[in-house]
Design a protein around this ligand. Structure first.
Ligand SMILES: [Zn+2]
Length: 306
């Protein structure tokens, strides 16, 4: 793509962001389990071995009315794929994920003329970084650089760094995006009832550091459900007018007959959606345990709320 087109492409997402509340899709992992993903299996390898399942999940979220779909690349960084012995397939897995998202959009847009965007999902390495652990920051940077290079070679509209707990790690991922692409980037951390991440990071610190490091938007995702994240993003909004994202999980899951059950219903998500809109949250979506039904409820509330 030539440079001018790239700039136009970039602003299409950022322009839309300034105009309306955008909805992002719901869980990928939870949905993949319904397509046979087993515990201990690499979810991102589904892009290669079961692409139809991934595309169908994207389509079900598009039909629910989402504006943005997230690629199936949450764990497709160098260090996580290495654990599965799949690091040599990193580029293939990441590039294929965007192709699947784009293919779902292309089919959907044959009958629905609406602007739709693809966000490249990047999650934590799952490693404990120095000084708490032994994994070196340079190794982490390299692992993210590989993933960003692969995603940046596609037509992805922006990057979402999500579900981070460690401020040092998300800063490294953000640096990898800034240094290896000119894609817009949102950076989101995961908070629990203490309104901090498990590394003790507050919403205020998150805002201060991640905007300083060049994020286009900051957010809160996963964590402990819509109510906790409401309190988190309210604190964030209290100190910034910049773009914010919220993507709660459907509450904390409990086990019932050996199955994980997420307590937050689509109705509950819709109620919180109204509160998020009142705070001026720019992107609202769902994390673990949310389904197309949750997203449909969010979309309906966004449409009804001026
Ligand atoms: Zn989640």
């Amino acid at each position: 793509m030539i440079e001018e087109e790239k700039k136009g492409f970039k602003s299409a997402f950022l322009d839309q962001l300034g105009q309306k509340t955008m909805v992002m899709d719901g869980a990928m992992g939870t949905m993949l389990q319904q397509y046979g993903l087993k515990a201990g299996e690499c979810p991102e390898m589904f892009n290669i071995i079961n692409p139809d399942a991934v595309k169908e999940i994207h389509t079900s979220y598009l039909e629910a009315g989402t504006d943005i779909i997230l690629t199936n690349t949450f764990g497709a960084n160098g260090l996580k794929l290495q654990k599965y012995g799949l690091r040599d397939r990193l580029s293939e897995i990441n590039i294929k994920s965007v192709e699947l998202a784009e293919a779902a959009i292309e089919d959907f847009q044959k009958i629905n003329i609406v602007p739709l965007f693809v966000a490249g999902s990047i999650g934590p390495t799952g490693e404990i970084l120095e000084p708490y652990g032994t994994v070196k920051k340079e190794e982490v940077l390299k692992a993210y650089r590989e993933q960003v290079n692969a995603l940046a070679s596609t037509e992805v509209d922006f990057i979402l760094l999500e579900t981070f707990y460690n401020l040092d790690e998300i800063k490294i991922a953000l640096k990898a995006v800034k240094e290896n692409s000119d894609l817009p980037v949102f950076a989101s951390m995961s908070f629990d009832e203490s309104l901090r991440t498990i590394y003790g990071i507050t919403p205020e610190k998150t805002i201060e550091v991640l905007f300083q490091e060049g994020a286009d938007g900051v957010g809160a995702n996963c964590g402990s459900g819509p109510d906790v994240l409401y309190k988190v993003v309210a604190k964030m909004r209290g100190i910034t007018d910049a773009p914010l994202l919220v993507k709660p999980n459907a509450g904390i899951p409990y086990l019932e007959n050996n199955k994980e059950v997420y307590p937050a219903t689509p109705q509950e998500m819709a109620e919180y959606t109204e509160k998020y809109i009142q705070l001026g949250i720019n992107i609202i979506g769902g994390c673990c345990g949310t389904t197309p039904e949750h997203i449909r409820a969010i979309v309906q509330k966004v449409k009804k709320t001026p």
